[in-house]
Design a protein around this ligand. Structure first.
Ligand code: R5P
Length: 303
C-alpha cells in the first residue's frame, strides 16, 4: 500500500523508540495530549491533527508498565488516527502485554491476547508490529498485517561480547526457536533446558537436553523476565553444572518484585535486554540494546 508522507506518533508510554524511528524514516514526530478526567476516565488527543491527515501514521506505544492504562491509550489513539484521516495506521507495540494468556489453560478463562488483537484491528489499525511476542501464532487473531520482529540476533551479538566460548540455551523447549536465531547470529551451538524433579528427594535439576555446559560461556535467552524465577534458576543450575560464565538475554525485562535480587544472586554476570519497555534500568549488570533499526527495517517493507 503506497503511503506518501509518514508521521510517527509518540504515545504516552513510548519506550523512547518513537524519536529514533522518526529520524531514521525522515518522518515528522508528533506528540499526544493525555489527561485523566476527575472520574478516572482517560482522554487522549493527537497534538497536530493536520500533520496526520492523509499520512501513513505510525503510533509507538508499549504496554508495560501500566498494561491496562497503556492498552486503552493505544486503542483510543488508533481510533483518533483513523478519525483524523490517516491513510494508513501502523501500530508499533514493542511489548504486547497479555500475550502469555494465548489459550484457555483452565476452563472459564478468556483468551486475553485474542480480545486485545481483535479490538485493535476493529479500532482501525491496518498493521501491527511487535517485538518477540510470546507465541507468534497468536498474532493471527489480529486478522490483518501483524508482524513479529525477532531481536534475539541483536541481543546475542551484544551478549557474545562478554563471552569467549559461547553456547546458547533456551530455558524451555517453547523458547528453542529464539535460541536458534541467537545461536546462528553468533555461530554457536544451542539447546534447551529440561527441568526435572526427583520424585523421592524433591530436588529440582535443570539440564540442557543434549549439550554440556562444562567450561562454556552460557547465554540464556528468553522472551520475558517477569519475576526472574525462570531465568535465575537456569543461570544458577548452569553454573552448578560447570559453566564458565552465564550471560542473560531477554527481549522484555519487566523485572517485577525482587527479580533483580534473584538475577544477581544467580551468579549471572550480565543481563542484555532490548528497549521495549517504558522503564529506566539503572543497575550496572543490565545493558540495554536499541532495537529501533529492526523496527525501521520492517516499516520500510510495509510503506
Ligand atoms: C514463559 O513461558 C516465558 O517465556 C518466560 O519464561 C516467563 O514468563 C518468565 O517468567 P518469570 O520471570 O516470572 O519466571
Amino acid at each position: 500500500m503506497p503511503a506518501g508522507r509518514t508521521v510517527v506518533i509518540a504515545g504516552p508510554n513510548d519506550p523512547g523508540l518513537a524519536k529514533p524511528i522518526s529520524e531514521k524514516l525522515g518522518a515528522q514526530l508528533v506528540t499526544v495530549q493525555e489527561k485523566i478526567f476527575p472520574d478516572g476516565e482517560l482522554y487522549v488527543r493527537i497534538s497536530e491533527p493536520d500533520t496526520v491527515r492523509n499520512s501513513c501514521a505510525i503510533l509507538v506505544n508499549t504496554l508495560y508498565p501500566e498494561q491496562n492504562k497503556s492498552w486503552i491509550e493505544t486503542l483510543f489513539l488508533t481510533n483518533a488516527l483513523r478519525n483524523t484521516g490517516a491513510s494508513m495506521v501502523i501500530v508499533v507495540i514493542p511489548y504486547l502485554a497479555y500475550s502469555r494468556q494465548d489459550k484457555v489453560f483452565l476452563e472459564g478463562e478468556p483468551v486475553s491476547i485474542s480480545v486485545m488483537l481483535k479490538a485493535l484491528r476493529n479500532g482501525g489499525a491496518d498493521c501491527l508490529l511487535t517485538i518477540d511476542v510470546h507465541n507468534p501464532l497468536s498474532l493471527k487473531e489480529f486478522n490483518g498485517c501483524a508482524i513479529n520482529i525477532m531481536v534475539s540476533d541483536v541481543l546475542a551479538k551484544k551478549a557474545a561480547e562478554y563471552t569467549e566460548s559461547p553456547i546458547v540455551l533456551a530455558p524451555d523447549k517453547g523458547a528453542l526457536e529464539r535460541a536458534k536465531i541467537a545461536a546462528e547470529a553468533i555461530g554457536a551451538e544451542y539447546d534447551y533446558l529440561i527441568k526435572k524433579r526427583d520424585r523421592v528427594t524433591g530436588e529440582v535439576s535443570v539440564e540442557p537436553k543434549e549439550l554440556s555446559v562444562e567450561g562454556k560461556d552460557v547465554i540464556i535467552i528468553d522472551d520475558i523476565i517477569s519475576t526472574g524465577g525462570t531465568i535465575a534458576l537456569a543461570a544458577k543450575k548452569s553454573l552448578e553444572s560447570g559453566a564458565k560464565s552465564v550471560i542473560l538475554a531477554a527481549s522484555h525485562s519487566l523485572l517485577v518484585d525482587n527479580a533483580m535480587d534473584k538475577i544477581k544472586s544467580s551468579g549471572a554476570k550480565k543481563l542484555v535486554t532490548a528497549n521495549t519497555l517504558n522503564k529506566k534500568f539503572t543497575e550496572s549488570i543490565i545493558e540495554v540494546v536499541d532495537v529501533s533499526n529492526k523496527i525501521v527495517d520492517v516499516i520500510k517493507t510495509i510503506i
